[in-house]
Ligand binder design. Structure first.
Ligand code: DSN
Length: 412
Protein backbone atom coordinates (compact mmCIF):
# COMPACT_ATOMS: atom_id res chain seq x y z
CA UNK A 1 0.00 0.00 0.00
CA UNK A 2 2.96 2.34 0.52
CA UNK A 3 3.37 3.33 -3.17
CA UNK A 4 -0.35 3.93 -3.44
CA UNK A 5 -0.64 5.94 -0.25
CA UNK A 6 2.19 8.19 -1.39
CA UNK A 7 0.95 8.55 -4.94
CA UNK A 8 -2.81 8.71 -4.32
CA UNK A 9 -3.72 9.01 -0.64
CA UNK A 10 -7.36 9.60 -1.49
CA UNK A 11 -7.75 6.19 -3.16
CA UNK A 12 -5.50 4.51 -0.56
CA UNK A 13 -7.83 5.74 2.14
CA UNK A 14 -10.90 4.41 0.31
CA UNK A 15 -9.27 0.98 -0.01
CA UNK A 16 -8.34 0.99 3.67
CA UNK A 17 -11.93 1.87 4.65
CA UNK A 18 -13.18 -1.01 2.48
CA UNK A 19 -10.63 -3.34 4.10
CA UNK A 20 -12.01 -2.39 7.51
CA UNK A 21 -15.62 -2.84 6.31
CA UNK A 22 -14.83 -6.34 5.05
CA UNK A 23 -12.84 -7.19 8.18
CA UNK A 24 -15.29 -5.92 10.79
CA UNK A 25 -18.52 -7.06 9.14
CA UNK A 26 -20.08 -10.28 7.93
CA UNK A 27 -20.33 -10.73 4.17
CA UNK A 28 -23.41 -12.81 3.42
CA UNK A 29 -23.94 -11.82 -0.22
CA UNK A 30 -24.23 -15.23 -1.86
CA UNK A 31 -22.20 -14.26 -4.94
CA UNK A 32 -19.21 -12.82 -3.07
CA UNK A 33 -16.14 -14.38 -1.52
CA UNK A 34 -12.67 -13.64 -0.16
CA UNK A 35 -9.77 -14.57 -2.43
CA UNK A 36 -6.45 -15.97 -1.22
CA UNK A 37 -3.27 -13.92 -0.91
CA UNK A 38 -1.89 -15.83 -3.90
CA UNK A 39 -4.87 -14.87 -6.10
CA UNK A 40 -4.56 -11.23 -4.96
CA UNK A 41 -0.86 -11.21 -5.78
CA UNK A 42 -1.42 -12.61 -9.28
CA UNK A 43 -4.23 -10.09 -9.91
CA UNK A 44 -1.99 -7.21 -8.90
CA UNK A 45 0.98 -8.40 -10.94
CA UNK A 46 2.79 -7.11 -14.03
CA UNK A 47 0.80 -9.56 -16.15
CA UNK A 48 -1.59 -6.61 -16.56
CA UNK A 49 0.99 -4.77 -18.69
CA UNK A 50 0.53 -6.92 -21.79
CA UNK A 51 -1.80 -7.10 -24.78
CA UNK A 52 -2.36 -10.72 -25.82
CA UNK A 53 -5.23 -10.77 -28.31
CA UNK A 54 -5.66 -14.26 -29.68
CA UNK A 55 -4.99 -17.56 -27.93
CA UNK A 56 -1.80 -19.32 -26.73
CA UNK A 57 0.48 -19.95 -29.72
CA UNK A 58 -1.64 -17.69 -31.96
CA UNK A 59 -1.40 -14.12 -30.69
CA UNK A 60 -1.58 -10.83 -32.53
CA UNK A 61 1.27 -9.37 -30.42
CA UNK A 62 4.89 -10.33 -29.80
CA UNK A 63 6.29 -11.07 -26.37
CA UNK A 64 3.42 -13.31 -25.26
CA UNK A 65 5.46 -16.42 -24.39
CA UNK A 66 4.85 -16.16 -20.65
CA UNK A 67 1.26 -15.12 -21.07
CA UNK A 68 0.82 -18.23 -23.22
CA UNK A 69 2.19 -20.34 -20.38
CA UNK A 70 -0.18 -18.73 -17.85
CA UNK A 71 -3.25 -19.09 -20.08
CA UNK A 72 -2.38 -22.70 -20.94
CA UNK A 73 -2.09 -23.50 -17.24
CA UNK A 74 -5.43 -21.81 -16.55
CA UNK A 75 -7.14 -23.78 -19.33
CA UNK A 76 -5.56 -27.13 -18.38
CA UNK A 77 -6.32 -26.73 -14.69
CA UNK A 78 -9.93 -25.74 -15.36
CA UNK A 79 -10.37 -28.77 -17.65
CA UNK A 80 -8.94 -31.04 -14.97
CA UNK A 81 -11.08 -29.48 -12.24
CA UNK A 82 -14.38 -30.10 -14.06
CA UNK A 83 -13.41 -32.95 -16.40
CA UNK A 84 -13.95 -30.73 -19.45
CA UNK A 85 -12.67 -31.43 -22.97
CA UNK A 86 -12.32 -27.72 -23.75
CA UNK A 87 -12.07 -24.54 -21.70
CA UNK A 88 -11.99 -20.86 -22.61
CA UNK A 89 -10.79 -18.67 -19.73
CA UNK A 90 -10.99 -15.29 -21.49
CA UNK A 91 -14.57 -14.10 -20.79
CA UNK A 92 -14.38 -10.98 -18.66
CA UNK A 93 -17.46 -12.03 -16.67
CA UNK A 94 -20.33 -14.48 -16.50
CA UNK A 95 -22.49 -12.34 -18.76
CA UNK A 96 -19.72 -12.31 -21.41
CA UNK A 97 -19.42 -16.11 -21.11
CA UNK A 98 -23.16 -16.44 -21.73
CA UNK A 99 -23.01 -13.93 -24.58
CA UNK A 100 -20.30 -15.96 -26.32
CA UNK A 101 -22.44 -19.11 -26.21
CA UNK A 102 -25.45 -17.25 -27.62
CA UNK A 103 -23.33 -15.61 -30.34
CA UNK A 104 -21.76 -18.95 -31.27
CA UNK A 105 -24.94 -21.00 -31.47
CA UNK A 106 -27.90 -18.66 -32.11
CA UNK A 107 -28.84 -16.27 -34.88
CA UNK A 108 -30.34 -12.94 -33.84
CA UNK A 109 -34.08 -13.35 -33.33
CA UNK A 110 -33.92 -17.01 -32.38
CA UNK A 111 -35.31 -18.17 -29.06
CA UNK A 112 -33.92 -18.77 -25.55
CA UNK A 113 -35.89 -20.72 -22.95
CA UNK A 114 -34.67 -19.79 -19.46
CA UNK A 115 -35.64 -19.18 -15.84
CA UNK A 116 -37.50 -15.98 -14.93
CA UNK A 117 -35.28 -13.38 -13.30
CA UNK A 118 -37.67 -12.81 -10.40
CA UNK A 119 -37.81 -16.54 -9.67
CA UNK A 120 -34.06 -17.07 -9.56
CA UNK A 121 -32.70 -16.56 -13.10
CA UNK A 122 -30.17 -13.98 -14.31
CA UNK A 123 -30.34 -10.78 -16.37
CA UNK A 124 -28.23 -12.36 -19.12
CA UNK A 125 -30.70 -15.25 -19.45
CA UNK A 126 -33.24 -13.14 -21.33
CA UNK A 127 -34.28 -10.08 -19.35
CA UNK A 128 -35.84 -7.36 -21.54
CA UNK A 129 -33.36 -4.85 -20.09
CA UNK A 130 -30.33 -6.95 -21.13
CA UNK A 131 -29.00 -7.51 -24.65
CA UNK A 132 -30.52 -10.99 -24.43
CA UNK A 133 -34.07 -9.66 -24.33
CA UNK A 134 -33.32 -7.27 -27.18
CA UNK A 135 -31.43 -9.61 -29.56
CA UNK A 136 -33.42 -12.79 -29.00
CA UNK A 137 -36.95 -14.02 -28.41
CA UNK A 138 -37.32 -15.24 -24.87
CA UNK A 139 -39.66 -17.73 -23.19
CA UNK A 140 -39.30 -18.28 -19.46
CA UNK A 141 -40.13 -20.94 -16.91
CA UNK A 142 -40.53 -20.33 -13.19
CA UNK A 143 -40.74 -22.49 -10.10
CA UNK A 144 -43.75 -24.51 -9.01
CA UNK A 145 -46.06 -22.19 -7.00
CA UNK A 146 -46.45 -24.72 -4.18
CA UNK A 147 -42.99 -26.27 -3.79
CA UNK A 148 -41.11 -23.20 -5.10
CA UNK A 149 -38.81 -25.67 -6.86
CA UNK A 150 -38.22 -26.40 -10.55
CA UNK A 151 -40.86 -28.51 -12.24
CA UNK A 152 -39.14 -30.37 -15.09
CA UNK A 153 -42.49 -31.42 -16.57
CA UNK A 154 -43.42 -27.77 -17.07
CA UNK A 155 -40.00 -27.00 -18.59
CA UNK A 156 -40.45 -29.90 -21.02
CA UNK A 157 -43.93 -28.76 -21.98
CA UNK A 158 -42.68 -25.21 -22.61
CA UNK A 159 -39.72 -26.52 -24.64
CA UNK A 160 -42.11 -28.45 -26.88
CA UNK A 161 -44.35 -25.40 -27.36
CA UNK A 162 -41.68 -22.76 -27.72
CA UNK A 163 -39.07 -24.70 -29.74
CA UNK A 164 -36.08 -22.72 -28.43
CA UNK A 165 -32.62 -22.79 -29.94
CA UNK A 166 -30.98 -22.84 -26.50
CA UNK A 167 -32.40 -23.93 -23.15
CA UNK A 168 -30.65 -22.15 -20.30
CA UNK A 169 -30.49 -23.65 -16.83
CA UNK A 170 -28.67 -22.40 -13.77
CA UNK A 171 -29.63 -19.52 -11.52
CA UNK A 172 -28.58 -16.61 -9.33
CA UNK A 173 -31.09 -17.14 -6.57
CA UNK A 174 -32.26 -20.75 -6.49
CA UNK A 175 -31.53 -22.62 -3.26
CA UNK A 176 -32.12 -26.14 -4.56
CA UNK A 177 -30.29 -28.80 -6.57
CA UNK A 178 -30.55 -28.45 -10.36
CA UNK A 179 -30.93 -31.60 -12.47
CA UNK A 180 -28.68 -30.79 -15.43
CA UNK A 181 -29.25 -34.21 -16.99
CA UNK A 182 -33.01 -33.57 -17.07
CA UNK A 183 -32.44 -30.22 -18.79
CA UNK A 184 -30.16 -31.76 -21.45
CA UNK A 185 -32.69 -34.52 -22.09
CA UNK A 186 -35.44 -31.93 -22.54
CA UNK A 187 -33.18 -30.00 -24.95
CA UNK A 188 -32.33 -33.18 -26.89
CA UNK A 189 -36.03 -33.97 -27.17
CA UNK A 190 -36.73 -30.69 -29.02
CA UNK A 191 -33.46 -30.39 -30.95
CA UNK A 192 -32.17 -27.53 -28.80
CA UNK A 193 -28.80 -26.88 -27.20
CA UNK A 194 -28.53 -26.78 -23.42
CA UNK A 195 -26.40 -24.24 -21.56
CA UNK A 196 -25.84 -24.46 -17.79
CA UNK A 197 -24.78 -21.24 -16.09
CA UNK A 198 -23.19 -22.59 -12.91
CA UNK A 199 -21.70 -19.26 -11.77
CA UNK A 200 -23.12 -19.54 -8.26
CA UNK A 201 -22.48 -23.22 -7.62
CA UNK A 202 -19.24 -23.75 -9.58
CA UNK A 203 -17.22 -24.72 -6.49
CA UNK A 204 -19.92 -27.19 -5.47
CA UNK A 205 -19.99 -28.68 -8.99
CA UNK A 206 -16.18 -28.93 -9.21
CA UNK A 207 -16.07 -30.87 -5.95
CA UNK A 208 -19.07 -33.12 -6.60
CA UNK A 209 -21.11 -31.60 -3.77
CA UNK A 210 -23.65 -30.54 -6.41
CA UNK A 211 -23.96 -32.62 -9.63
CA UNK A 212 -21.52 -31.33 -12.25
CA UNK A 213 -22.97 -29.95 -15.49
CA UNK A 214 -19.75 -30.39 -17.48
CA UNK A 215 -19.94 -33.35 -19.85
CA UNK A 216 -23.70 -33.51 -19.22
CA UNK A 217 -24.97 -30.37 -20.96
CA UNK A 218 -23.62 -28.92 -24.22
CA UNK A 219 -22.10 -25.76 -22.70
CA UNK A 220 -21.25 -24.76 -19.17
CA UNK A 221 -20.57 -21.13 -18.31
CA UNK A 222 -19.37 -19.82 -14.99
CA UNK A 223 -17.88 -16.95 -13.09
CA UNK A 224 -14.69 -17.59 -11.17
CA UNK A 225 -15.30 -15.44 -8.10
CA UNK A 226 -18.24 -16.98 -6.28
CA UNK A 227 -17.98 -20.46 -4.72
CA UNK A 228 -14.84 -20.99 -6.86
CA UNK A 229 -13.16 -18.26 -4.75
CA UNK A 230 -11.06 -16.80 -7.56
CA UNK A 231 -10.66 -13.43 -9.27
CA UNK A 232 -13.68 -11.66 -10.75
CA UNK A 233 -14.13 -13.18 -14.22
CA UNK A 234 -15.80 -15.78 -16.43
CA UNK A 235 -15.09 -19.06 -18.24
CA UNK A 236 -16.76 -21.50 -20.64
CA UNK A 237 -16.43 -25.29 -20.82
CA UNK A 238 -17.68 -27.62 -23.55
CA UNK A 239 -16.85 -30.72 -25.57
CA UNK A 240 -14.15 -30.43 -28.25
CA UNK A 241 -16.72 -30.38 -31.07
CA UNK A 242 -17.86 -26.91 -29.92
CA UNK A 243 -14.40 -25.56 -29.07
CA UNK A 244 -13.69 -23.63 -32.24
CA UNK A 245 -17.07 -21.91 -32.36
CA UNK A 246 -16.84 -20.89 -28.70
CA UNK A 247 -13.28 -19.57 -29.03
CA UNK A 248 -14.17 -17.56 -32.14
CA UNK A 249 -17.24 -16.09 -30.44
CA UNK A 250 -15.16 -14.89 -27.46
CA UNK A 251 -12.31 -13.50 -29.59
CA UNK A 252 -12.57 -11.87 -32.08
CA UNK A 253 -16.36 -12.14 -31.90
CA UNK A 254 -17.02 -10.27 -28.73
CA UNK A 255 -13.93 -9.25 -26.77
CA UNK A 256 -10.58 -7.67 -27.58
CA UNK A 257 -7.48 -8.03 -25.41
CA UNK A 258 -7.89 -10.58 -22.64
CA UNK A 259 -7.32 -9.44 -19.05
CA UNK A 260 -4.11 -11.43 -18.62
CA UNK A 261 -3.56 -10.55 -14.94
CA UNK A 262 -7.04 -11.96 -14.26
CA UNK A 263 -6.38 -15.07 -16.36
CA UNK A 264 -3.15 -15.59 -14.41
CA UNK A 265 -5.10 -15.28 -11.16
CA UNK A 266 -7.72 -17.71 -12.54
CA UNK A 267 -4.90 -20.24 -13.00
CA UNK A 268 -3.96 -19.78 -9.33
CA UNK A 269 -7.59 -20.16 -8.24
CA UNK A 270 -8.01 -23.39 -10.26
CA UNK A 271 -4.83 -24.83 -8.71
CA UNK A 272 -6.20 -24.02 -5.25
CA UNK A 273 -9.52 -25.62 -6.19
CA UNK A 274 -7.78 -28.85 -7.22
CA UNK A 275 -6.54 -29.36 -3.65
CA UNK A 276 -8.48 -31.67 -1.31
CA UNK A 277 -8.98 -28.77 1.13
CA UNK A 278 -11.19 -27.04 -1.47
CA UNK A 279 -13.66 -29.93 -1.33
CA UNK A 280 -13.69 -29.66 2.45
CA UNK A 281 -14.27 -25.91 2.13
CA UNK A 282 -17.26 -26.39 -0.20
CA UNK A 283 -18.67 -29.08 2.05
CA UNK A 284 -18.51 -26.59 4.91
CA UNK A 285 -20.24 -23.88 2.81
CA UNK A 286 -23.24 -26.18 2.43
CA UNK A 287 -23.19 -27.32 6.09
CA UNK A 288 -23.08 -23.67 7.14
CA UNK A 289 -25.96 -22.79 4.83
CA UNK A 290 -28.09 -25.62 6.25
CA UNK A 291 -27.49 -24.50 9.85
CA UNK A 292 -28.10 -20.86 9.01
CA UNK A 293 -31.35 -21.78 7.21
CA UNK A 294 -32.46 -23.93 10.16
CA UNK A 295 -31.72 -21.11 12.62
CA UNK A 296 -33.68 -18.56 10.59
CA UNK A 297 -36.66 -20.93 10.32
CA UNK A 298 -36.49 -21.73 14.06
CA UNK A 299 -36.82 -18.00 14.60
CA UNK A 300 -40.06 -17.98 12.63
CA UNK A 301 -38.72 -16.68 9.31
CA UNK A 302 -40.06 -18.29 6.14
CA UNK A 303 -37.57 -19.53 3.58
CA UNK A 304 -38.51 -19.94 -0.07
CA UNK A 305 -38.86 -23.69 -0.77
CA UNK A 306 -38.47 -24.37 2.96
CA UNK A 307 -34.68 -24.56 3.04
CA UNK A 308 -31.53 -24.96 0.98
CA UNK A 309 -29.41 -27.61 -0.74
CA UNK A 310 -26.59 -25.26 -1.67
CA UNK A 311 -24.79 -22.12 -0.50
CA UNK A 312 -27.74 -19.74 -0.38
CA UNK A 313 -31.25 -19.23 0.94
CA UNK A 314 -34.05 -16.76 0.25
CA UNK A 315 -35.90 -15.24 3.17
CA UNK A 316 -39.51 -14.27 2.44
CA UNK A 317 -40.28 -11.16 4.52
CA UNK A 318 -43.95 -10.92 3.61
CA UNK A 319 -45.13 -12.30 6.99
CA UNK A 320 -42.83 -9.86 8.78
CA UNK A 321 -44.51 -6.92 6.96
CA UNK A 322 -41.10 -5.76 5.80
CA UNK A 323 -39.48 -5.20 2.43
CA UNK A 324 -36.12 -6.61 1.37
CA UNK A 325 -34.83 -3.03 1.13
CA UNK A 326 -35.74 -2.24 4.76
CA UNK A 327 -34.13 -5.45 6.00
CA UNK A 328 -30.99 -4.96 3.87
CA UNK A 329 -30.50 -1.42 5.25
CA UNK A 330 -31.07 -2.43 8.90
CA UNK A 331 -28.79 -5.47 8.67
CA UNK A 332 -26.16 -3.31 6.97
CA UNK A 333 -26.19 -0.98 9.98
CA UNK A 334 -25.59 -4.04 12.16
CA UNK A 335 -22.53 -5.03 10.09
CA UNK A 336 -24.31 -7.87 8.25
CA UNK A 337 -24.19 -7.42 4.47
CA UNK A 338 -26.95 -9.14 2.47
CA UNK A 339 -28.92 -8.20 -0.64
CA UNK A 340 -32.60 -7.61 -1.12
CA UNK A 341 -33.93 -10.13 -3.60
CA UNK A 342 -37.12 -10.88 -5.45
CA UNK A 343 -38.95 -14.04 -4.42
CA UNK A 344 -41.28 -16.24 -6.51
CA UNK A 345 -44.47 -14.34 -7.36
CA UNK A 346 -42.87 -11.08 -6.29
CA UNK A 347 -45.22 -8.09 -6.04
CA UNK A 348 -42.60 -5.39 -5.45
CA UNK A 349 -39.96 -3.80 -7.68
CA UNK A 350 -36.39 -5.20 -7.79
CA UNK A 351 -35.28 -2.06 -5.86
CA UNK A 352 -37.64 -2.87 -2.99
CA UNK A 353 -38.47 -6.64 -3.09
CA UNK A 354 -40.10 -8.92 -0.54
CA UNK A 355 -37.04 -11.04 0.13
CA UNK A 356 -33.42 -11.29 1.15
CA UNK A 357 -30.76 -13.52 -0.37
CA UNK A 358 -28.28 -14.87 2.16
CA UNK A 359 -25.21 -16.98 1.36
CA UNK A 360 -22.31 -18.57 3.21
CA UNK A 361 -19.25 -18.72 0.85
CA UNK A 362 -17.43 -15.64 2.23
CA UNK A 363 -17.96 -16.32 5.94
CA UNK A 364 -16.90 -19.95 5.35
CA UNK A 365 -13.68 -18.69 3.73
CA UNK A 366 -12.99 -16.86 7.00
CA UNK A 367 -13.20 -20.14 8.91
CA UNK A 368 -16.67 -19.77 10.41
CA UNK A 369 -18.54 -22.97 11.11
CA UNK A 370 -21.87 -24.19 12.50
CA UNK A 371 -21.61 -22.44 15.89
CA UNK A 372 -21.00 -19.08 14.23
CA UNK A 373 -23.86 -19.69 11.76
CA UNK A 374 -26.27 -20.16 14.68
CA UNK A 375 -25.17 -16.80 16.08
CA UNK A 376 -25.47 -15.13 12.66
CA UNK A 377 -28.96 -16.57 12.11
CA UNK A 378 -30.09 -15.33 15.52
CA UNK A 379 -28.67 -11.86 14.85
CA UNK A 380 -30.48 -11.64 11.51
CA UNK A 381 -33.75 -12.63 13.17
CA UNK A 382 -33.24 -10.19 16.07
CA UNK A 383 -32.68 -7.26 13.70
CA UNK A 384 -35.61 -8.21 11.44
CA UNK A 385 -37.98 -8.54 14.37
CA UNK A 386 -36.90 -5.31 16.07
CA UNK A 387 -36.00 -3.37 12.97
CA UNK A 388 -36.89 0.09 14.29
CA UNK A 389 -34.77 -0.18 17.43
CA UNK A 390 -31.42 1.60 17.11
CA UNK A 391 -30.38 0.07 20.44
CA UNK A 392 -30.96 -3.48 19.15
CA UNK A 393 -29.06 -2.77 15.95
CA UNK A 394 -26.16 -1.23 17.91
CA UNK A 395 -26.02 -4.24 20.24
CA UNK A 396 -25.96 -6.69 17.34
CA UNK A 397 -23.31 -4.63 15.55
CA UNK A 398 -21.08 -4.79 18.63
CA UNK A 399 -21.41 -8.57 18.80
CA UNK A 400 -20.88 -8.91 15.02
CA UNK A 401 -17.67 -6.82 15.23
CA UNK A 402 -16.40 -8.86 18.18
CA UNK A 403 -16.97 -12.17 16.40
CA UNK A 404 -15.60 -10.90 13.07
CA UNK A 405 -12.39 -9.91 14.85
CA UNK A 406 -11.79 -13.58 15.66
CA UNK A 407 -11.96 -14.51 11.95
CA UNK A 408 -9.62 -12.13 10.10
CA UNK A 409 -9.86 -12.05 6.33
CA UNK A 410 -6.09 -12.25 5.91
CA UNK A 411 -4.71 -13.62 9.18
CA UNK A 412 -1.06 -13.07 8.31
N1 DSN B 1 -24.61 -10.29 -9.60
C1 DSN B 1 -24.52 -11.71 -9.46
C2 DSN B 1 -25.23 -12.20 -8.25
O1 DSN B 1 -25.20 -11.51 -7.26
O2 DSN B 1 -25.79 -13.29 -8.27
C3 DSN B 1 -24.96 -12.40 -10.66
O3 DSN B 1 -24.35 -11.83 -11.76
Amino acid sequence: MSYLSQMDPEIAEIIEKERLRQTNGLELIASENVVSHAVLEAMGSIMTNKYAEGYPGKRYYGGCEFHDQAENLARDRLKKLFGAEHANVQPHSGTQANMAVYFAFMKLGEKILSMKLNQGGHLSHGSPVSFTGKFYQVAQYGVDPKTEMLDYGVVEQMAKQEKPQIIVCGASAYPRTIDFKAFQEIADGVGAYCMADIAHIAGLCATGIHPNSVGVVNFTTTTTHKTLRGPRGGAIMCNSEYAQAIDKAVFPGMQGGPLMHTITAKAVCFEEALKPSFKEYNRQIVKNAKILAETLMNNGLRLVSGGTDNHLMLVDLTDQHLTGLEAEVALGKAGITVNKNTIPNETKSPFVTSGLRVGTPAVTSRGMKEAEMRRVGNWIAIVIKDIHSDATIARVKKEVTEMSGKFPIYPS
